[in-house]
Design a protein around this ligand. Structure first.
Ligand SMILES: Nc1ccc(Br)nc1
Length: 420
């Protein structure tokens, strides 16, 4: 027999898994719709060049890339943002700005399965193109909070750490680190909560960032108030102005208590240029729930004209682990409205006609396809959480009737078949 397991690092979604996934994606789509966003999608398979960045990111180190039968260098997308950028460049001046787009798509990595981690997950992305002010970031943070609230999480369960890469930029400038090293330094500094400090210092030193600078960077990242940040980088710094404005807007939206200023948040993607943020569980048991930020120079890095862009990615795995931990994971049942049962093989065409009519009327109908006893039909209807059991029997059918059992009210009636 073939190996019935899915390929290493991937998942199957049996019907009960798909019901949960459809519920979660339904919440993603509902939040996106409530914020007026339009959905886009792009191929899972992209040209490799879309993702080649020389900043030592894990996401590009683990690119799921290969050469196809036409000797083309291709890759399974590790994230959705570069595809979004490609579509924006493709649409060019025809794209009306600001554009608010969302997507839910499978993303891949080729992880050496020494750690046995998954190689695919689904990500919900929301992005705003063409808005230079932090009003865009505030809107996206509101969407994340809306999602958390919709799935039953509170500000006691989760929060969103917020900072700006401009903090790191001003510190590095103070220490004379050249701007061209900025992206790589960010990628390394992002590893602080994953690697021992010595390892981070080693990697920074390999970039030519002297130890004294590292101390300066690390002390900046340990600040815990915007006031202290202002003292360090200057009250009129862009980072402070952006973050003060962001917290003021958060007050207006009513989600300020969900936010935590945390300059240690850098995020691991090279292309972020401004505000960055990540959702976290306050119990500190899990990896980041979601993350995002501003990336105003991604289009330029792909050879196009820059446009202000900001967005986030929200994976389908950590949120499910968190809801499970909180006992808030729904188990959507398989439900139909009606079960239609012919009580005799000769009544099967009649039963099929009744099922068709009910379906055209918008009912979800399970038509029993084999000769079954009443007892089985009852059990089957209960398992399907059906509202009604419609029995097509010879004597009633002669009168143009069927027997309908209301399974909620435990009532039964003989009614004309065309009255259903
Ligand atoms: N980028 C990425 C892709 C796939 C998984 Br699983 N995690 C991260």
């Amino acid at each position: 027999m073939i190996d019935t397991q899915p390929p290493r690092g991937t998942r199957d979604f049996f019907p009960e898994d798909m019901r949960l996934r459809n519920w979660l994606f339904g919440e993603f789509a509902a939040v996106s719709a409530s914020f007026g966003f339009e959905q886009f999608d792009a191929p899972v398979l992209e040209s490799e060049e879309l993702f080649v960045r020389k900043a030592g990111e894990e996401i590009t180190d683990q690119l799921y890339n290969f050469e196809d039968k036409g000797q083309r260098r291709v890759a399974l997308r590790p994230e959705l943002t570069p595809s979004l950028a490609r579509l924006v460049l493709q649409r060019g001046k025809a794209l009306t700005l600001p554009a608010k787009w969302f997507a839910i798509g499978q993303c891949w990595r080729y992880e050496r399965t020494t750690r046995g981690r998954r190689r695919e997950h689904y990500q919900w992305n929301m992005d705003i193109i063409g808005v230079p002010g932090v009003e865009a970031e505030a809107e996206l943070l509101a969407a994340i909070v809306a999602l958390f609230e919709r799935v039953g999480l509170t500000k006691e369960d989760v929060g969103i750490k917020v900072s700006s890469r401009k903090v790191l930029q001003s510190v590095l400038t103070q220490y004379g680190v050249p701007p061209e090293s900025f992206a790589r330094v960010c990628v390394i500094v992002d590893k602080l909560d994953k690697l021992p400090r010595e390892k981070v210092e080693e990697e920074l030193a390999a970039l030519g960032v002297p130890a004294a600078t590292i101390d300066g960077v690390l002390s900046a990242l340990s600040l815990r108030s915007l006031e202290a940040l202002g003292d360090l980088v200057g009250r009129d710094s862009e980072a402070v102005a952006d973050l003060n404005r962001l917290f003021e807007l958060a007050e207006g939206y009513g989600y300020k208590d969900w936010l935590v200023f945390d300059p240690s948040v850098v995020r691991g993607l090279a292309y972020y240029t401004g505000v960055v943020f990540e959702g976290f569980d306050r119990a500190g048991q899990l990896r980041a729930i979601c993350g995002g930020g501003r990336y105003d120079r991604l289009l330029g890095s792909l050879g196009g004209a820059d446009s202000p862009m900001v967005g986030f990615g929200f994976g389908d795995a950590v949120i499910v682990e968190l809801l499970k931990d909180k006992g808030k994971l729904p188990a959507p049942p398989h439900t139909v409205d009606d079960v239609v049962v012919p009580l005799d093989a000769s009544l099967r065409p009649a039963a099929a006609g009744i099922a068709s009519r009910l379906r055209r009327a918008g009912r979800r109908v399970d038509l029993v396809l084999e000769a079954k006893k009443m007892k089985w039909a009852f059990k089957h209807a209960e398992k399907l959480h059906a509202s009604r059991l419609v029995l097509v029997g010879a004597s009633e059918w002669e009168r143009g009737n069927v027997v309908v059992k209301d399974l909620a009210k435990f009532e039964q009636a003989e009614v004309p078949a065309d009255s259903l």
